[in-house]
Design a protein around this ligand. Structure first.
Ligand code: ADP
Length: 305
């Protein structure tokens, strides 16, 4: 069954957008790339429509949002419009908004019994020593809540540096969290890619010598990795809690088992596809096809009844 698919992306040339485009075209679907920042929409009783650059767009059967963190709210509003039009989406707007709020995500995961690095959120630095002691002592990791690519993730080895770092960020009106440092991870983390309740690919990222952040953008190297049964279970449970069918889950291997660091609702595909040689994009397209078939069957059976 051929579909009309819209990829919401600000960068038609980006690896992930291109990879999804090719995977969809190989299956014979009609694919269009639309910049969500250029979308206007109309909300009327029984009639919803989306305009791109001033032109009414043909209603797609499904959308694949690739929303960057700088335009989350705008992107979520566009996804929500398509949801109101009953279109299939690889990520629901509410799930995207929730996953983008790192603090809320950690609160939700921890409250559901998922292991995370012990984390503190400080109002000011008055009680920072007590908090650091509660986290298990020095060193600690200080993170900007708005951090990406590891910029704004700092290792503080003394109370003084932790205090001045947090103070500096707070002065800049940036929200920060403090985390216990998982030393046993040895500068490595794991990225697991989940599609429709299955871990379809996983890689280990190892930081460069002298660096604890294993972001590929920070020069880390990556290799395919096989997850343990426990890691798989935690990854799938976490994505379920976050209401995500498709996600990139970052794990630290600690002495007390896998700890979830972050869940990405719009995971990049370049690192994972080139490292593992697994065609994740095609798996995403298959997932959409399955949901589309299910939706069409439901429409048919309702009509017959
Ligand atoms: P970003 O979202 O900016 O990539 P992350 O929270 O993913 O920030 O942190 C960047 C990297 O720093 C991680 O990939 C991991 O290697 C390392 N790191 C982050 N938190 C911890 C921690 N609590 N203990 C040990 N290493 C950490």
């Amino acid at each position: 069954m051929k579909m009309k698919i819209v990829i919401l992306s600000r960068g038609p040339q980006l690896y992930s957008t291109q990879s999804l485009l090719r995977a969809g075209m190989r299956r014979g679907h009609q694919i269009r790339i639309i910049d969500h920042v250029l979308c206007d929409f109309m909300i009327e009783k029984g009639q919803m429509s989306v305009y791109h650059n001033g032109f009414l767009i043909d209603q797609p059967d499904a959308i694949i949002p690739r929303i960057g963190s700088s335009v989350t709210a705008k992107g979520a509003a566009v996804i929500s419009q398509f949801e109101a039009m009953n279109r299939i989406t690889t990520v629901r707007s509410m799930a995207l908004l929730q996953a983008r709020d790192k603090l809320r995500s950690l609160q939700k995961l921890a409250s559901c019994g998922i292991g995370i690095p012990a984390t503190a959120y400080l109002n000011d630095t008055e009680n920072i020593r007590t908090i650091i002691d509660r986290l298990g002592g020095l060193p600690v990791v200080i993170k900007l809540l708005e951090s990406t690519h590891g910029i704004g993730v700092i290792l503080a080895e003394s109370f003084k540096s932790a205090e001045s770092t947090v103070e500096a960020f707070q002065k800049l009106k940036e929200r920060v969290i403090i985390q216990e440092f998982i030393e046993e991870a040895k500068g490595a983390d794991i990225r697991a890619l989940v599609v429709a309740g299955e871990v379809v690919a996983a890689m280990k990222r190892q930081a460069q010598a002298g660096e604890f952040r294993s972001n590929l953008h920070r020069g880390a190297s990556s290799t395919p990795v096989k997850l343990t049964a426990q890691e798989k279970e935690v990854v799938l449970r976490s994505t379920k809690i976050m209401g995500l069918d498709i996600a990139g889950v970052d794990i630290l291997r600690s002495s007390r088992g896998p700890l979830i660091m972050e869940i990405n609702a719009s995971p990049g595909l370049e690192g994972i596809e080139t490292t593992t040689r697994i065609d994740v994009s095609s798996k995403i397209i298959h997932y959409l096809e399955k949901r589309f078939r299910f939706q069409q069957d439901q429409i048919k059976s309702n009509k017959i009844r």
